[in-house]
Structures are given as structure tokens and as C-alpha cells.
Design a binder for this molecule. Structure first.
Ligand code: SF4
Length: 328
């Protein structure tokens, strides 16, 4: 039996857990890979027109899996992964929205609620019912959850203890690959949801682009949960949404870190939560005297335009650094 995992939204963050969990239950896992224009168009044709670009992309990945003939498409309803926070409403209604917009999904939809007080979603409460659909052996379900959790922790340690990007860490967990970390003197904090930063179509592979320009990208998932919490405590009121709060914590860690030379905020058109975060960043980047570049992409954004802006931004930072070094 085949279960399809759309390679979009929070999959870069949780794929090691999900892939292992379903494989341990004996299912064949099918993943869609990087977003393409064709895949996005499939999503645009089905999704409601006013929805944000990442949901249109996710819809395209779901359509693709159905066309590939999987038996199930796994679309969890993310409710919370932090005490007191919830996910953006589009995550809360995701299975319902997809059920209503993608023809043929209803009978192949595999869904459940995910409630957690931490990023670690691998609990019996979250995964028992899903596990029971595919195995009547409690020990096998327990082992699948446990094994998935081990892989996910391996991934998280590579990100936040060793400073690797999500996609490098995922690759390493999957293939036990050798890891390479670029050493650049310019360090840029790249803020954005994992589904924007690691989707090569949305971010146009900004991490590699920066690497080629001689700048290392530092991302929020490199922060430990304790660092995120510590940062958030400084605010009398935070944002409502879990991943927006992680980005907020990431933003302030980067603003306060003298080793970070500037910030790039990657945001997709149609994102309500990002409009709050973006304004907040604009005001405080000035206060911390750090250059900030906002890259807002939609389904029509062109690659040349992005390249020119990123080049100019890195050039500006390099000049500032040289001027500081000469003055110092
Ligand atoms: S946080 Fe923004 S980009 Fe993400 S699903 Fe919600 S509206 Fe869309």
C-alpha cells in the first residue's frame, strides 16, 4: 500500500518522522519532491483563488500524488506544537479545504489532529489511531512512533546543535551523507517558513544563491527550543501562530547577534501572519542598524529580479563590513 507525503508546507521539518513512521508500518512512501511550475499550476487550478501561495503549492503536490495513484494522501491537521499557540488557520482547516477543492481526494485522505506542547509531535496520542489503520499489533505501532522520533531527533540535532540547514540535515538522516558547511565571512539571517525557504520554486533556492555569492545563510531552525522560548519571553504579547513566533524569535536572535550581518525575510504573497512579522522587522531592523531585505514572491515572480536584489544586498553588506574594518 502506498502513502503519499506532499513535499510542501511543514514537510521539510517533519519528513524524517513521517517517512520512518509509515515505512515501519509497512507502507511504501511516495514523496513529490521539489515544486515545479507545472505542479504549482495544478494547485492553482484547484485551490480557492485568494489563498496564500504555499497552500496553492501544497494543493498542487496533493493533486500530483493522486495522479500517481497512491492509496492514501497524508494531510494532518496541525493544531499546536507549543503551549498556548496554534497554527495559522490555513493549517487548522487544511484537510477540509483540500477535501472540498481537490476532486477524488475524499476517499484517499488520511488525516488526524496533531496537538503537542513542543516541536516533538511523536506521541502516542497523536499517532495511535493512524497507526491502528495499518497494523493491529500495538508493539509495531509503538516501534514505528519510537523509530520515527529517533530519526526526527537526529534531524533536529543536526540543525540546532550542528548548524545545518533543514534540507542538508534531512539528506544526512536519509542517506547518512557527508555534510559540508560553507565557511563564509558574511552571515545572513534568512527568515521564512520552512516551506518558503526550502521550496526552490518560492525562494528560488536562496540558500545556494547566497552561498555562491559568498554569504552563509543562518536559519531559524538552527535555534534550540530553549533559545526560541527565551527570545519570546521579552515580548508582553507575541503573535498568535506557532511558526510565526519561531520566526519572530529567530529575527531577534539574528538582530542581537553581532556575527549576523543582515537579514532576508522570504515571504509568500497572501500570507496574513507575515504581514505582522514583516512590519515588526522593518521597524526593529532600523533600530538595530542591520540591513533588511524583504523578498515577497507570488506565482509570477521572476528569477532575474530576485538575483539582482540578492546580489545588491550582499554587495551592500560586504561594503559595510569593509568600511567597518577600515575604520576599526
Ligand atoms: S502562515 Fe502564511 S503562508 Fe503559512 S499557511 Fe498561513 S497564511 Fe499561508
Amino acid at each position: 500500500m502506498k502513502v503519499g507525503l506532499p513535499s510542501a508546507l511543514v514537510n521539510p521539518y517533519y519528513i524524517t518522522f513521517w517517512r520512518t513512521f509509515f515505512q515501519e508500518l509497512g507502507l511504501e512512501v511516495v514523496e513529490t519532491g521539489q515544486t515545479t511550475k507545472e505542479l504549482l499550476n495544478k494547485g492553482v487550478r484547484c485551490a480557492v483563488p485568494d489563498i496564500c501561495v504555499p497552500i496553492k503549492i501544497y494543493t498542487g503536490h496533493v493533486v500530483e500524488l493522486l495522479e500517481q495513484g497512491v492509496d492514501w494522501v497524508y494531510i494532518p491537521r496541525f493544531v499546536s506544537i507549543r503551549k498556548g499557540d496554534s497554527f495559522c488557520p490555513k493549517f487548522l482547516g487544511l484537510p477540509d479545504m483540500l477535501r472540498a477543492t481537490v476532486p477524488g481526494l475524499e476517499e484517499r485522505l488520511l488525516t488526524h489532529h496533531i496537538h503537542s506542547e513542543t516541536d516533538n509531535i511523536a506521541s502516542r496520542e497523536n499517532y495511535w489511531q493512524i497507526g491502528k489503520r495499518f497494523s493491529d499489533r500495538p508493539e509495531r505501532i509503538r516501534a514505528a512512533i519510537r523509530r520515527g522520533a529517533e530519526k526526527w531527533r537526529e534531524f533536529r540535532n543536526l540543525c540546532c546543535l550542528d548548524g545545518y540547514h533543514c534540507d542538508t540535515a534531512n539528506e544526512a538522516v536519509l542517506k547518512a551523507a557527508n555534510l559540508k558547511r560553507p565557511k563564509h565571512s558574511i552571515r545572513i539571517g534568512v527568515l521564512g517558513y520552512v516551506y518558503n525557504v526550502y521550496d526552490h520554486f518560492i525562494s528560488m533556492n536562496i540558500i545556494n544563491r547566497l552561498d555562491k555569492l559568498g554569504a552563509a545563510a543562518v536559519t531559524f531552525e538552527m535555534l534550540k527550543s530553549s533559545q526560541v522560548e527565551k527570545q519570546l519571553q521579552q515580548f508582553s504579547k507575541t503573535l498568535f501562530w506557532t511558526f510565526s513566533n519561531k520566526l519572530l524569535a529567530g529575527a531577534y536572535s539574528f538582530l542581537e547577534d553581532p556575527k549576523i550581518d543582515g537579514l532576508i525575510h522570504v515571504t509568500a504573497f497572501g500570507c496574513g501572519p507575515d504581514s505582522f512579522l514583516g512590519k515588526w522587522l522593518e521597524l526593529d531592523a532600523d533600530h538595530f542598524e542591520k540591513p533588511l531585505l524583504t523578498i515577497r514572491v507570488d506565482e509570477h515572480t521572476g528569477e532575474n529580479h530576485l538575483q539582482t536584489r540578492v546580489e545588491a544586498f550582499v554587495d551592500l553588506i560586504a561594503r559595510q563590513k569593509r568600511a567597518r574594518e577600515c575604520a576599526g
